[in-house]
Design a protein around this ligand. Structure first.
Ligand SMILES: C[S@@+](CC[C@H](N)C(=O)[O-])C[C@H]1O[C@@H](n2cnc3c(N)ncnc32)[C@H](O)[C@@H]1O
Length: 201
């Protein structure tokens, strides 16, 4: 993990949760989070890994509904906030999501707005790792800036940082589904925002 990215998120940790839905980026992030939470269909026996958990919005919301949940993030400042008022079955670890930890009995992997900086090669290596980590019937649920209309054709300022990658939702779905690895539900919420719910076959 490059330290500029870690510093970028450390600097935003204090204000991250107070940045609400007042702009389009915030509105669609909150909307996508809610869809992701619904698609998890969390159950009391589930074990979840939340990649790029930030201040723990997804981790702490899912925790009361599952057996165990691990939130992983590169930013110590984000994790400090995540640990505040965390349920006892929620555990937070600092690390790079490109090298996810082994979590026993993993049924779900979530990633909410956490993969925008990954290159295509890194993202696809991660999809393959998720397939190996999940047991059959497990679920990978990802909400992110995955476009269904090319960004240059959309009047929105979502791609403000130069490190943000442009990712086609359809291409990611096709990659996930190759060789019968996952069956994917693709839900475009906005031309630049998609939730992918991938059932591990
Ligand atoms: C936009 S925030 C999203 C936080 C949280 N998932 C949410 O929905 O509120 C992106 C988070 O991903 C983390 N992140 C980005 N790249 C990462 C990486 N390679 N490894 C671990 N965490 C990463 C950042 O530190 C940040 O906390």
């Amino acid at each position: 993990m490059s330290s500029p990215l870690r510093s970028f998120w450390d600097e935003r940790a204090a204000d991250y949760d107070s940045a609400g839905s007042e702009n389009a980026e915030g509105y669609w992030r909150h909307t996508a989070t809610n869809v992701l939470l619904t698609r998890c269909e969390a159950d009391k026996d589930d074990v979840v890994l939340d990649l790029g958990c930030g201040t723990g919005n997804v981790t702490k919301t899912l925790a009361p509904h599952v057996k165990r949940i691990v939130g992983l993030d590169v930013s110590p400042k984000m994790l400090e906030r995540a640990q505040m008022d965390a349920p006892s079955n929620a555990e937070f670890r600092q690390g790079d999501l490109r090298k996810p930890p082994h979590v026993l009995g993993l049924t779900h992997i979530t990633a909410c707005y956490a993969l925008t900086a990954l290159t295509k090669t890194e993202r696809r290596a991660l999809w393959d790792q998720c397939w190996r980590m999940l047991k059959p019937g497990g679920m990978l649920v990802v909400a992110d800036l995955f476009w269904t209309v090319p960004p240059e054709q959309v009047d929105a300022d979502f791609f403000e940082e130069d490190w943000m990658q442009s990712v086609s939702a359809t291409e990611e779905m096709e990659f996930l589904e190759r060789d019968g690895r996952f069956r994917v539900l693709m839900e475009p919420l906005h031309p630049l925002v998609t939730v992918l719910t991938a059932a591990r076959l």
